[in-house]
Design a binder for this molecule. Sequence first.
Ligand code: NDP
Length: 246
Amino acid sequence: MTSRIALVTGGTGGIGTAICQGLAKSGHRVATNYRHEGKAKTWQAEQKALGYDFTIVPGDVSDAQSAAEMIKAVEASLGPVDILINNAGITRDTTFHRMTALQWQEVINTNLNSCFNVTRAVIEGMRNRGFGRVIQISSINGQKGQYGQANYAAAKAGMHGFTISLAQENAKFGITVNTVSPGYVATDMVMAVPEEVRAKIVQQIPTGRLGKPEEIAYAVGFLVDERAAWITGANLSINGGHYMGW
Ligand code: NDP
């Protein structure tokens, strides 16, 4: 297996940390970004204690200039990015008739415009080198919609439109582009949902439990593998059977 350079945006979060660890265990050199230095240092020290040596650079993926500087910093310390996981994301939940323009824009900028900002800065290099893996971490709610999440569902569905177009444009260059759509996974994002709402969600999941971050990381590891070279433009649902559509 070739050891590659991977960038996982939002790598300090619940799913991101598991993806960073999974890629490192597969022998890749892994970088991520931070927005708050204190939190980043604590995370990096915790990971070091577990035996992981991650590169962590400043970067706000919702801002094109910051994203470009983040890529430059990763390339300066590790080299060109071969594997990109667009994972950073936020929610600003409320019903649409109450939603502010700011709540809409923050979610679209962080979840969807980030895919342009970060991928645009690495795709040319991947095409020139004839290899690349780009994965968007979307959501079950981009597939089925969700009450109180018009902004998030729009951004997450948009990520898959981005995936299937980019997959077509770059297939000839050894680059695969795929979407992973997790269901409800036990991270800070989901644990912030009131307990009674969470209990109702779990009742709707055929496997009867929330997902684990490492179950999402496993799918990412599968898609970045060299043997997955013929899987492109796919949307992989990982949701315990919660939604079985496209
Ligand atoms: P977390 O809230 O645990 O982590 C989110 C990560 O994204 C953090 O590292 C956060 O960094 C980073 N981030 C947020 N905004 C920005 C920004 N503007 N620039 C750079 N980094 C940013 O979330 P999860 O791990 O649960 O989610 C990861 C992805 O999976 C998200 O895209 C989410 O939408 C998606 N997902 C999650 C599901 C779940 O059940 N948990 C279900 C379906 C999809 P910081 O510490 O600076 O805020």
